[in-house]
Design a binder for this molecule. Sequence first.
Ligand SMILES: C[S@@+](CC[C@H](N)C(=O)[O-])C[C@H]1O[C@@H](n2cnc3c(N)ncnc32)[C@H](O)[C@@H]1O
Length: 240
Amino acid sequence: MNKDYSHKATNDEIKTRFDSDVERFSNLESGQQTTIDAPLTMELCTEAAKYINSTATELLDIGCGAGNYTLKMLNKIPNLNCTLNDLSLPMLTRAKARISAQTTGKITLIQDDMRNLDLPYNHFDIVLAAATFHHLRTDADWELVFTKIYQALKPGGSIWISDLIAHDSVLIDKLFQDQYGAYLKTLGGEAYKQKVLDYIEYEDTPRSVNYQLALLKKVGFTTTEILHKNACFAAFGAIK
Ligand SMILES: C[S@@+](CC[C@H](N)C(=O)[O-])C[C@H]1O[C@@H](n2cnc3c(N)ncnc32)[C@H](O)[C@@H]1O
């Protein structure tokens, strides 16, 4: 499955783009517009986390952006200690400003590539990762990050993922890319559609739900769950 990723955006390029895109990721009501069903998947991931880990105290948000998922989680389980990870410092700064107004818990910021996360073992009750794993490239990257998350969760803890996804069949992948293109056109016309599809082509390397669920099981998770799928977006998770 490993391919040549040399033509893809570097981490520095990804970081620079997100450094100047904080505003777009700061709307708790809509989430990000380019994600189909963004408000629904944010609601489902945080509701699933609440049902599985209702007495949670420790939350980790990977690729947290401006903090939408953590804010939504705090609406359901107040005053969590929040560990926020992102490549982009402007994103983390905005996330901290928004989240510190909403929790009496401790806020810890980690500005780094998620591949470098050095997390305590058996520490977190809930991990959230929204619209961020699609930046991982090789099989080794994916397994490394999923393993780190598994080790960092307490037994019974859970991870909830909402993301752009690929499909294992080339033609089904094309079907849903075409559907996504039509969706983007309704948002902003042909030029906007092409702009979004071009940056996805350059920046992103999504994997299928099947791939991710199998990998979650491989690294040790006992239970996996699919919460939602619509075209090339899905929400799913796993329990340790
Ligand atoms: C599309 S935004 C989503 C933000 C937030 N999770 C949300 O749903 O509103 C993706 C975020 O992932 C971050 N990111 C991209 N690659 C990353 C990496 N390798 N490690 C950590 N964060 C990363 C970006 O800086 C950006 O803030």
